[in-house]
Design a protein around this ligand. Structure first.
Ligand code: MN
Length: 490
């Protein structure tokens, strides 16, 4: 999924010369040991590279500027082993353009009560060294992640790991290119927006193509390639039996090959389609879109390029695990058992399935084309997040709802689409009220792999508003939060 250089995170330790060269040697050895232990845990998706112990502003600024231009450096982790006077960090932190994690930890877990002396105290004083350094970050108004606790603890390592994923997503966001076949669905408000602002804020490039450009690519697809892909489908899914239906599946194989070729030639990792714009197509892309999402491409329907880019971003962050384009479709309002049935007219990603997908060919009331083939399945149970990014006149708001997906176990034999059932936190009615006050869209990106905190951290790095709806949410506070945010984000 990652293109270009493999991400690496730099580790930098702060100190000063006050305690003598011997102390600096210990500081360096402790840092090397800490980093090597962290790497050996193998829970991090990317390696951490120890750079050096920094003791003056010139070296700090040089290192931060190197980090800015080094494409493999996805972020910096800093730790003040001893006291490191904050003024020496001002110019360097001011120059830094990469994500920053401030690890507030200490080399030893416990105080050696019997032997502790002033030498020990001077060496192991991150308790106040990191506060001095932290002040500068706050004084500069820096967006950064602060993680406190013993570095060997699982919860601390988990936080570092989660942040690395966010930082890598932040860097990858700038490479996201969306191809949109056709425009937004006519008259729809929430999917429209400012593509230039999205490029400035998130780095997303959004290019328009006529559907005829895709049809031309599909016309070039060799029949044997289609048959090979049909064999692959047969090994992965339950295919229909009748020759007519298999021909309909073949058409989706042709779309998949043509679409992938088109996207790869143009360097696109996300795309949109629009059922109102299908000239020259025999079917609306269904199975083809699901297959490409499963391969990591971002997608959203009806020309919704912003959600398509968000799905791609979240797929990169999630390592393409259990993340899909989603839509709040229909409610089950049985008292005490309220649920949302999430789905789309065709395009749900099979990375979230709990079952072997069944390929069905079924007519679609929209688009006026032949019955499209699509995968039908029930998705997994578990905690997940639904994420939407909307535009509020020159600015973006990310809205996140924590949801508990339930294993349906409910058969829907007449429903020819993939489905997810979830219970929104804190309850369906409160979540829906909060979501609507926040202006959240009906299209979302659903992920079981990412946490709300990770997406909040991403929003902070991108300097956009983020509103979270979860079990802690009360409507009264949430409405106030939106009002205060409106002042802050003007
Ligand atoms: Mn839709």
């Amino acid at each position: 999924m990652q293109e270009g250089k493999k991400p690496v995170f730099w580790f930098v330790t702060g100190s000063q010369h006050l305690y003598g060269e011997e102390s600096l040697e210990i500081v360096e050895n402790n840092s090397i040991e800490l980093v090597s232990q962290l790497n050996s845990e193998e829970k991090f998706p990317f390696p951490i590279e120890f750079k050096s112990v920094l003791t003056n502003s010139g070296d700090i600024e040089d290192l931060m500027r190197q980090a800015n231009v080094d494409k493999s450096c996805n972020g910096i982790i800093t730790w003040m082993h001893t006291f490191s006077p904050g003024k020496m960090w001002i110019s360097g932190l001011h120059a830094l353009e990469k994500p920053l994690l401030h690890l507030h930890t200490q080399y030893y877990r416990e105080v050696p009560w019997e032997t502790i002396d002033m030498d020990y105290m001077n060496l192991h004083q991150s308790a106040h060294g990191d506060r001095e350094y932290g002040f500068v970050g706050t004084r500069l108004g820096m967006s950064r992640k602060v993680v406190a606790g013993y570095w060997g603890n699982e919860d601390v390592q988990e936080k570092i790991k989660d942040w690395m994923i966010v930082a890598a997503g932040y860097n990858e966001s700038k490479n996201i290119r969306v191809a949109r076949f056709g425009d937004n669905m006519r008259n729809v408000a929430v999917t429209d927006g400012d593509k230039i602002e999205a490029q400035i804020k998130f780095g997303w490039t959004v290019d328009y193509y006529g559907i005829g450009d895709l049809v031309a690519e599909m016309d070039e697809v060799a029949p044997e390639k289609i048959e090979n892909l049909m064999d692959e489908y047969n090994s992965l899914y339950h295919l229909p039996a009748s020759p007519e239906e298999l021909d309909a599946v073949r058409e989706q194989a042709r779309i998949e090959i043509g679409l992938k070729s088109f996207l790869d030639k143009g360097g696109y990792q996300a795309f949109t389609t629009n059922f109102e714009d299908l000239h020259g197509m025999h079917q609306l892309p269904g199975l083809a879109v699901q297959r490409l999402m499963a391969q990591g491409y971002g997608f959203a329907g009806e020309g919704d390029w912003r959600t398509a880019a968000l799905v791609r971003l979240m797929k990169v962050m999630a390592g393409n695990q259990v993340t899909s384009f989603m839509e709040d479709y229909t409610y089950h309002l049985e008292q005490g058992n309220e649920m949302v049935l999430g789905s789309h007219m065709l395009e749900i990603c099979p990375t979230i399935t709990a079952t072997t997908p069944e390929v069905k060919v079924s007519p679609l009331s929209m688009g006026g084309k032949s019955a499209p083939a699509r995968m039908v399945f029930d998705s997994q149970a578990g905690e997940a997040i639904n994420v939407s990014i909307v535009e509020l006149g020159g600015r973006f708001r990310m809205v996140i709802n924590k949801v508990d997906a339930v294993q349906p176990g409910i058969s829907t034999p007449e429903l020819p689409v993939a489905k997810v059932l979830w219970k929104p936190q804190p309850s369906l009615s409160e979540a829906a009220e909060a979501w609507i006050y926040a202006g959240g869209a009906h299209h979302t990106s659903l992920s079981y792999a990412l946490t709300a905190e990770q997406m909040e951290d991403f929003a902070e790095l991108m300097n956009i508003e983020c509103a979270v709806i979860d079990n802690e949410t009360t409507l009264r506070e949430f409405k106030k939060e939106l009002k205060w945010n409106a002042l802050l984000w003007k």
